[in-house]
Design a protein around this ligand. Structure first.
Ligand SMILES: NC(=O)c1ccc[n+]([C@@H]2O[C@H](COP(=O)([O-])OP(=O)(O)OC[C@H]3O[C@@H](n4cnc5c(N)ncnc54)[C@H](OP(=O)(O)O)[C@@H]3O)[C@@H](O)[C@H]2O)c1
Ligand SMILES: *[C@@H]1O[C@H](CO)[C@@H](O)[C@H](O)[C@H]1NC(C)=O
Ligand SMILES: *[C@@H]1O[C@H](CO)[C@@H](O)[C@H](O)[C@H]1NC(C)=O
Length: 331
């Protein structure tokens, strides 16, 4: 009897010794599964509005802390320059016996200057080399606008890029493929022309930009939505002068958080999860990494969700004015 229970326990915990993730998993429309919560690894903007440079191993440390805290999904991109650190941290946790490669879901993305059909497999292989992996779980077209290396739009058609993504998946380089920052019309075009429905759409999603129509569109087609920049303008450091409320100290948010004995960031992440999205908050701070994923032991009331819904102002943080006149610009 005791032996029997031990066997059951080990099975429930994934194979003896390996630890299970904290977030539930969902089924993608292609048969693979995805943990419903991930760690973002983009270091964000510096004071001049440029990309913050990768200067230390803070992302590597963050991914290690995250896996120990029960994260089983890591979001990176060729653009972020964090693939090597993500790869090293995951390898370390595999070596330590904390996870198997199959326990962790890795997402990376194709950057805009690699949209030409023949460049896609090479770009993915370059990412895999940096990650030190032979496949990624999910490969996304980062943006529907193709660009030259100098960041000005080129004349590539994202439909050709999508065909190359389908081919890369067939070669086993990625289990699943999807898109990011595409609008519904652009996704419709992919589906109409290739018959292949993206498994995932990754979009900006937070209290000020809740995107109910696009979420509904994806739900109807079985497309899983990953939500990026989940905190939006919640923290004063990230809120531009035109950013609508709320900030993290908003009394309406504090009241809700107090009621569930949770923090305001946890309430926000839980709300996005209850909208049906997979939030991917970024943090390199161990305490905040642990705080953020601790949202799977409570449920928001209908009334609280209505309060949170009212902050939706269709306010977008990621806009690229230089590309606004390109026919493929999505927003
Ligand atoms: N597909 C796309 O085009 C796209 C665009 C943007 C982002 N993304 C992905 O989405 C991820 C998340 O988006 P994001 O990085 O833009 O923004 P975010 O996750 O909404 O916010 C990150 C900021 O919040 C801080 N933070 C995190 N948890 C906190 C907490 N509990 N309390 C207080 N502050 C906290 C972080 O600082 P600390 O690190 O110091 O904690 C960091 O400054 C990215 O890392 C990237 O992987 C994708
Ligand atoms: C895709 O096909 C649907 C159904 O036939 C049609 O309603 C829609 O206009 C098409 N969209 C595009 C962008 O081709
Ligand atoms: C409230 O949450 C904190 C931090 O997670 C925990 O230590 C504490 O025990 C909780 N209090 C109650 C009453 O559940």
């Amino acid at each position: 009897m005791l032996l029997f229970s031990v066997v059951i326990l080990c099975l429930a915990n994934n194979i003896a010794g390996y630890t299970a993730g904290k977030a539930p998993v969902l089924n993608l429309n292609d048969g693979w599964i995805m943990p419903t919560f991930g760690l973002g690894t983009w270091l964000g903007l510096d004071q001049n509005g440029g990309f913050a440079q990768v200067q230390d191993d803070s992302v590597e440390k963050a991914v290690e802390v995250a896996i120990d805290a029960g994260y089983r999904h890591i979001d990176t991109a060729a653009l972020y320059n964090t693939e090597p650190q993500v790869g090293r941290a995951i390898q370390k946790k595999i070596d330590e016996g904390v996870i198997l490669r199959g326990d962790v879901f890795v997402t990376t993305k194709l950057w805009n200057d690699q949209h030409a059909k023949e460049k896609v497999p090479e770009a993915l292989k370059a990412s895999l080399k940096k990650l030190n992996m032979d496949f990624v779980d999910l490969y996304l077209i980062h943006f529907p606008v193709g660009t030259y290396a100098n960041n000005t739009p080129d004349s590539t058609d994202y439909l050709d890029t999508w065909r190359a993504m389908i081919e890369a998946r067939a070669q086993g380089l990625a289990h699943s493929i999807g898109v990011s920052n595409f609008n519904a019309k652009q996704i419709d075009r992919l589906i109409n022309e290739t018959g292949v429905v993206p498994s995932v759409l990754q979009i900006e999603l937070h209290l000020n930009l809740q995107q109910p129509e696009l979420l509904q569109y994806c739900k109807e087609r079985g497309i899983t939505v990953m939500g990026y920049t989940p905190f939006g303008a919640l923290f004063p450091s990230k809120a531009g002068p035109d950013a609508p409320p709320p900030r993290v100290d908003d009394p309406a948010l504090s009241d809700i958080a107090k009621k569930y004995n949770k923090t305001v960031p946890q309430v926000v992440l839980r709300y996005l999860f209850e909208l049906g999205a997979v939030p991917i908050p970024k943090s390199v701070n161990p305490k905040r990494i642990e705080e953020n994923i601790n949202i799977f032991d409570f449920r928001l009331s209908k009334h609280d969700k209505e309060t949170l819904k009212r902050f939706d102002k269709n306010y977008r943080l990621t806009v690229i004015p230089e590309w606004a006149n390109d026919p493929n610009y999505p927003f």
